[in-house]
Design a protein around this ligand. Structure first.
Ligand SMILES: Nc1ncnc2c1ncn2[C@@H]1O[C@H](COP(=O)(O)OP(=O)(O)OP(=O)(O)O)[C@@H](O)[C@H]1O
Ligand SMILES: [Zn+2]
Ligand SMILES: [Zn+2]
Length: 803
């Protein structure tokens, strides 16, 4: 007897292990690892979905095994690489195996769907599958199907006599179109043309064309490019007359693509050196990670494209991750025009069906280049030659929900399997990555200039403590407004950033710029309106909201922040004639909203683009000569040790949008903290100095990358229960750690109550704790077994958010 070990589709601790099922004999060929099945589960014996994890010869289970009820896939949806990746991911991120397996699949495969088979060659008359045919060449595979019929389908599939498709729903049915092909000889077409009626103009045109290109083949569109007046009726008529044959072929729901062709550039010396290093690793099959640190506009993308082309040239595939927000049509077109027909794009703007089509094109090897956001790290590519992560410092590469993976870790893990290089690129690398490059774990490649002698923009700091403001407008300095006016006069474009990160979460003095900080930590206190207090989220310190500034005694002390809509109105009042586009969560919430705004701005249909941090990336428009940052300080005062790093990154990225072509770019940064090092160094676009300085502070404060961090959070409906539990965890965990490990907290989470659940947390900072991971696994078992009592535990390794 063969036994399938199945992971059941219930994300819970009790079911987080394989369960044994008997494989019926006829299905031995089909029931293999990576295939989804339905199995009876629990005392009621209800059918549940699951994945076959392993197959073994006999079971340790003493009772009688239940058989697998149904097989859902005729081919595994996850191959052995993906299965072991899931295994690693589950351990690495403290997640349920089933959550990892599900994460790797397009959501279409989680939805309701039907399976159909499509015949490539007609069935033999006595084939049992004839009973399933419901059209000339296809049939539905019922959920409850005789194992013998299933085995027959599989046999014919192996012999390539049929193929199997999943149909997600009515809407995402496989799209078919007709292909028309000439089948007669040139002379025969010529003869037919001689006999055609003189007024059958289209027929005559068709036959004339066929007598020259008798075996032409293509869909309606390709025929029409040859014969512009040709109609479907004429083509179908020609089929009836036996001049052409037609067949139905599947078309993929290709996301829209444009036609701008980006010419391949001649690389600069710096680009060439980076390219040579990377392709050397591809060729030598080295599993090396490169950090490509290149100033904004230095041509990093150009290096990626060339390196991918090299991998393809060796017959391998390539993966490129970009942040969701940078996945603009501009970006996608740039890749598609380099690799026509080979690119699959995976992003959240696709419909379930589109995403599934792209996934299948990759799986079948039809798309050999994949561009996508975070979850594209799981693209079912094989034979990977290179994996790239652009803007590697971006927080969106880390998933917030289980599995809490970082896409960087995933591609590095996959690169081990494929012995291929990973390229992490950024103008402002995360400190973690830059530090690894310093230690030699990554190889550092640098691009210090823009190509073609294009200058970096000049950056000016506007000291808002002294600046003259536009009357009645607290957030706009006269200087910035003057600059915008000049651009309007010259018919150039301006980008204005309203930094909303940490909006209204902290308290600042409007006269001296002082931000209220924790006495014990180098971190600003967070405003909690509900309890009228300021709190530190690292050590738990709490104090009342002050009436006056402790530094200058001014009463002009308030929480800080301004809405995009308000600023838009203000600017519109100042420049009634200006065309303003606003980009924030409100204007981009509908599908494609973000891209519409960007394209509109790109066509110069607006003079000013005002937006939140989402405007900081990916824009590459020649008419943008001014970038204004309305409030640089908001992100600086976040209660997070990465506040300076995020501010530096944001200011550098947004500054990099200016003057990318011939016209020189200028940047104005409005700030209440003009002497702050992150702002100063961002103004000089000096990443290296920022890195050195920030590393010193991290060292002093004992923060990453000098320490690893783990966030443990518990929540419960009753606040006192959550508090009790978090202290209990702390008491239990502390003795298992070495004296070098630091446990911060317990503290309440910034938004302590969500959905009537109270959240409390601990942060562990450590360097080398051999027992920690095992202890946390034990903790999970203890907390999520039968005795969970309404508690939920969350363990987040290397969290990007501590709030
Ligand atoms: N070697 C080159 N010669 C001429 N132009 C180039 C070269 N490399 C890149 N460019 C052009 O310079 C501009 C910036 O390049 P690219 O977008 O690749 O930079 P980047 O470093 O990825 O930018 P960012 O990180 O700021 O988005 C593009 O318009 C690109 O076509
Ligand atoms: Zn003050
Ligand atoms: Zn503190």
């Amino acid at each position: 007897m063969t036994v399938a070990q199945v992971i059941i589709d219930i994300p819970a601790q009790q079911t987080n292990r394989p369960f044994d099922y008997e494989i019926p004999q006829e299905l031995e060929d089909i029931a293999i690892p990576g295939v989804r099945v339905l199995v009876p589960f629990g005392c009621a014996g209800h059918l549940r979905q699951g994945f076959i994890w392993h197959t073994v010869d006999h079971s340790e289970f003493s009772g009688k095994l239940k058989p697998i009820a149904q097989i859902l896939d005729l081919d595994p949806v996850l191959n052995s690489e993906m299965l072991s990746l899931a295994d690693w991911l589950a351990t690495d991120t403290f997640s349920f195996l089933i959550s990892c397996l599900q994460t790797m699949l397009p959501s279409a495969l989680r939805a309701n769907y039907q399976r159909r088979f499509y015949l490539n060659t007609p069935l033999a008359t006595d084939d049992p599958l004839n009973t399933l045919l419901d059209s000339d060449d296809s049939g539905l595979i019922p959920d409850k199907i005789e194992p013998s019929l299933l085995a027959e389908i599989k046999r014919l599939e192996r012999a390539q006599q049929l193929r199997i498709e999943y149909q997600i729903s009515q809407r995402t049915k496989i799209k078919q179109e007709k292909n028309y092909t000439g089948i007669l000889k040139s002379a025969e077409y010529e003869q037919l043309r001689g006999h055609a009626r003189a007024n059958a103009v289209q027929q005559i045109q068709l036959l004339t064309f066929l007598s020259v290109s008798p075996s032409f083949s293509g869909n309606l569109h390709s025929w029409v490019t040859k014969l512009p007046e040709l109609s479907t009726a004429t083509l179908n008529n020609a089929v009836k007359k036996g001049w052409l044959k037609s067949e139905s072929v599947e078309i993929y729901r290709q996301p829209e693509s444009g036609s701008v062709i980006a010419p391949k550039q001649v690389l600069t010396d710096e680009q060439q050196a980076a390219y040579d290093a990377i392709i050397g690793a591809i060729q030598q099959k080295q599993n090396q990670t490169f950090l490509l640190e290149g100033v904004t506009g230095s041509g990093k993308t150009e290096v990626y494209l060339d390196a991918m082309a090299y991998a393809l040239h060796l017959g391998k595939t390539a993966l490129m991750l970009v942040p969701e927000i940078s996945l603009t049509p501009q970006m996608v077109e740039r890749v598609q025009s380099r690799f026509p027909g080979k690119v699959a794009v995976l992003h959240s703007g696709l419909s379930v069906g589109e995403r599934y089509d792209e996934w299948r094109r990759i799986e079948r090897g039809e798309a050999t280049v994949v561009v996508g956001a975070r979850s594209a790290a799981f693209a079912p590519l094989t034979n990977i030659g290179i994996m790239i992560m652009d803007e590697e410092h971006e927080g969106s590469y880390k998933q917030d929900d289980m599995p809490r993976y970082h896409a960087r870790d995933v591609i590095q893990k996959r690169a081990e399997t494929y012995h291929c290089p990973v390229v992490l690129g950024s103008a402002t690398p995360s400190l973690e990555s830059r530090a690894r490059a310093q230690k030699g774990r990554y190889q550092l490649l640098r691009l210090t200039k823009r190509p073609n002698d294009i200058q970096m923009p000049t950056v000016n700091i506007v000291d808002m403590r002294q600046a003259k403001k536009v009357s009645g407008k607290t957030d706009l300095s006269l200087k910035l407004i003057e600059e915008v006016k000049q651009r309007l006069d010259k018919h150039e474009q301006s980008v204005l950033l309203l930094n909303r990160r940490g909006y209204a979460n902290f308290v600042m003095c409007r006269d001296c710029g002082n931000v209220i900080k924790c006495p014990n930590c180098d971190i600003s206190l967070t405003l909690h309106r509900d309890i009228h207090a300021l709190k530190c989220h690292y050590c738990g310190h709490q104090e009342p909201i002050p009436n006056e500034c402790p530094a200058c005694h001014s009463h002009n002390i308030r929480d800080y922040g301004a809405g995009t809509q308000k600023v838009e109105q203000e600017i519109q009042e100042i420049f009634p004639e200006a065309r303003i586009l606003r980009m924030d969560v409100d204007t981009t919430s509908h599908k494609g909203g973000h891209q519409q705004i960007i394209s509109k701005f790109g066509r110069h249909e607006a003079d000013i683009l005002l937006g939140t941090q989402m405007i900081a990336k990916g824009l590459d428009f020649p008419d943008v000569t001014l970038v204004g940052v309305i409030n640089a300080d908001t992100s600086l005062s976040l209660p997070d040790f990465r506040a300076s790093e995020r501010t530096f990154q944001l200011l550098t990225q947004v500054s990099g949008r200016a003057g990318r072509a011939e016209k020189l770019g200028e940047v104005y940064i409005q700030t209440f903290n003009p002497d702050n090092y992150a702002i100063q160094l961002a103004a000089r676009q000096d990443y290296e100095t920022f890195y050195q300085q920030e590393m010193r502070l991290r060292h002093q404060g004992g923060y990453p990358p000098y320490f690893y961090t783990i966030l443990i959070s518990v929540n419960h409906r009753q606040e006192d229960q959550a508090v009790k539990k978090v202290y209990q965890i702390q008491r239990w965990l502390q003795p298992q750690l070495s004296p070098e490990a630091i446990v911060l907290g317990p503290t309440p989470r910034m938004i302590t109550r969500v959905n009537n659940q109270y959240y409390y947390q601990l942060i562990i900072k450590y360097k080398n704790e051999p027992r920690l991971l095992a202890a946390l696994q034990t903790l999970i078992m203890k907390m999520q077994g039968k005795s969970s009592q309404g508690f939920q535990l969350r363990i987040d390794r290397e969290p990007l958010q501590f709030m």
